[in-house]
Design a protein around this ligand. Structure first.
Ligand SMILES: [Zn+2]
Ligand SMILES: [Zn+2]
Length: 183
């Protein structure tokens, strides 16, 4: 089997974790998991471990950014972002659904308990949530920059207070009126 990064016949069989067979490139350290192997392992494993904070950061240099060919079917693989605001992409073959992990990427997922969520990364809900989180982070930064930490914190508290307030309409009208004591 050809490594999608090294483009030589360098993929050898390994057991990635218990009951999960995979292929490993000794040259670049990448890992290939076929779809059936992953699904079978995921099914046998059962529970979905909750995501956790990792001790080490994801290094954007782990990504091999060039287009890769699927070692099983030869198709060009698609890249999927995994986490918001993080340069971490996985390559997946849309033909056979196999997944390529550049060096360190599988371990980074294990460290975060995300290795049992790999199939979700390629779904619409995961990608939508990722984009929503990126937009939220972007706007958060924007408000903080434009308003300053003190005013931003204060207006957030006001918003929270108004959120489920039974007299919200009257309170916001009072706030927005040029002079609430004139008709
Ligand atoms: Zn390789
Ligand atoms: Zn394929």
């Amino acid at each position: 089997m050809k490594c999608p990064v090294c483009k030589i016949d360098s993929l050898g069989s390994i057991t990635l974790v218990e009951d999960l067979p995979a292929n490993h490139c000794a040259n670049c350290g990448g890992v290939w998991i076929s779809s059936n192997a992953y699904i079978a392992w995921r099914k046998a494993k059962g529970e979905d471990l909750p995501q956790k904070q990792a001790g080490s950061n994801i290094d954007p240099n782990w990504n091999v950014n060039e287009l890769k060919l699927c070692p099983e079917s030869g198709h060009i693989m698609a890249r999927y972002k995994v986490l918001p605001d993080t340069e971490f992409y996985l390559d997946r073959c849309g033909h056979c659904n196999g997944i390529w992990f550049d060096k360190n990427e599988w371990d980074a997922l294990v460290e975060r308990n995300l290795h049992d969520n790999v199939n979700e990364f390629f779904t619409r809900p995961w990608q939508d949530n990722l984009h929503m989180a990126e937009t939220r982070n972007h706007l958060e930064k924007f408000y903080l920059e434009k308003l300053g930490a003190e005013d931003y914190e204060r207006i957030q508290r006001v918003r929270e207070w108004l959120e489920d307030h039974p007299k919200r309409g009257m309170l916001t009208a009072f706030l927005q009126a040029d002079d609430p004591y004139a008709i």
